[in-house]
Write a protein that binds this ligand. Structure first.
Ligand code: NIG
Ligand code: FE
Length: 393
């Protein structure tokens, strides 16, 4: 018989469980003056601090808040270089365009495996310091068979949530032959990449891939066991969101420009609307109206979109603050979307909540409640992190 170590975290002023059957009955399942018990890598118990069962170890939270670790369901971490000059130009008035991706493709192709892996590790360490315990990441800066497969191989050494984004833009190698590039992505590139990935994604946007190309690529991926997710409706209104719902994609990401038909589709389907406020911030784009999306009955996730072009932040707390201030979310909704919403966007039920049986991914804040994440923007409030029951920070 194997025995595991049990740890109780007690005197939590506000514990977010994301289980509406617990605590105050809201979606956050908020329990006041709470405790949580970790057994090995799992949550074993949550409830009032005074009723906590005996454990091997105890940690006194001293009236601080505890929340589930953030689930960052959308990032692009396998890249080299940065795009400081492009950001500077943009802040002087130049618009964002998908073409900047080519700069990062050149830098990424020129980098060694070791450099790329070290970059992923560095951005992940940043994210952990800000409370992220689960993250998805993508290829998309290789755009050749070898460079895409390499990016995914490296990504897979850091996370299980790996997405093949060979269809980020048409590869510069196929500038005059987009149809030939779609054949490559759905043929030899998919063959080389499928073994490393769980998901397939397409940037469905003017200047990247149109509806027919996106459908062809996502359907080919699905036939190989890769589940779709879509970069949709970021730079302008387009078919991406409707296509995502049609294909039962796990997530439609960005959702910046939506019409009523898109909202109806999101309200009716299972596809999560993932909002990426760092992208609107860093490209000075219009803000999506989260109230409209939530009002349509859609499930909303919040994520960083961490990438060197449109959103070079690894900070979920920053995204929460933006979503509250500029997208109309309440602090409770934003916290839910950054945890349980991210889990839904990855079709996961083992993370994003603190209920018995869930993975013991917890963040203790230097604050009495999760509301401070939006109320005190830019302040490093993450005090401690447990990942799969282990103290990670
Ligand atoms: O999600 N939209 C496409 N891809 C990224 C940006 C990539 C880049 O500019 O390097 C995004 O915003
Ligand atoms: Fe993205």
């Amino acid at each position: 018989m194997t025995t595991t170590t049990t740890t109780a975290i007690t005197h939590i002023a506000n514990l977010v469980t994301n289980d509406p059957s617990l605590g105050d009955g809201t979606p956050l399942g908020l329990i006041q003056d709470a405790a949580v018990v970790i057994d090995g890598d799992r949550i074993a118990w949550t409830g009032e601090s005074s009723k906590a069962p005996a454990t091997d170890n105890a940690v006194d939270a001293g009236g601080r808040a505890v929340i589930p670790g953030f689930v960052d369901s959308h990032s692009h971490l396998v890249f080299a270089g940065d795009r400081t000059a492009e950001f500077n130009a943009r802040m002087s008035g130049r618009p964002y365009s998908a073409g900047g991706i080519r700069t990062t493709v050149a830098a990424t192709r020129a980098a060694s495996d070791e450099e790329l892996s070290a970059n992923v590790a560095r951005y992940l360490a940043e994210a952990l310091r800000q409370g992220t315990t689960t993250f998805e990441t993508k290829s998309g800066y290789g755009l050749s068979v070898e460079d895409e497969a390499r990016a995914l191989r490296i990504a897979a050494t850091h996370t299980d949530e790996v997405t093949f984004l060979g269809a980020h833009i048409v590869s510069p190698d196929y500038a005059d032959d987009p149809a030939g590039y779609v054949d490559l992505v759905t043929g030899p590139m998919l063959d080389a990449c499928a073994p490393y990935a769980r998901w397939i994604d397409v940037f469905c946007e003017r200047g990247a891939f149109d509806e027919d190309q996106a459908r062809t690529i996502l359907t080919a991926g699905a036939a190989r066991g890769l589940h779709p997710r879509v970069h949709a409706n970021q730079l302008g209104h387009g078919p991406g969101v409707r296509l995502a719902v049609e294909l039962d994609a796990a997530s439609a990401d960005h959702c910046t420009h939506l019409d009523d038909a898109d909202l109806d589709a999101l309200g009716q389907g299972r596809t999560v609307a993932t909002l990426l406020p760092g992208a609107e911030f860093s490209t000075r784009a219009q803000w999506p109206d989260a109230r409209r999306i939530l009002g349509a009955g859609a499930t909303v996730a919040l994520s960083t979109d961490c990438n060197p072009g449109s959103s070079f932040t690894s900070s979920m707390p920053f995204c929460i603050a933006l979503a509250v201030r500029d997208m109309g979310m309440t602090p409770d909704e934003a916290l839910w979307s950054a945890t349980a919403g991210g889990a839904a966007a990855l079709r996961r039920t083992d993370v994003g909540r603190l209920t018995p049986g869930a993975r013991a991914d917890l963040v203790m804040l230097d604050a009495p409640s999760h509301v401070h994440l939006a109320y005190r923007p830019g302040v490093p409030l993450v005090r401690a992190v447990w990942r799969a029951g282990e103290r990670a920070l």
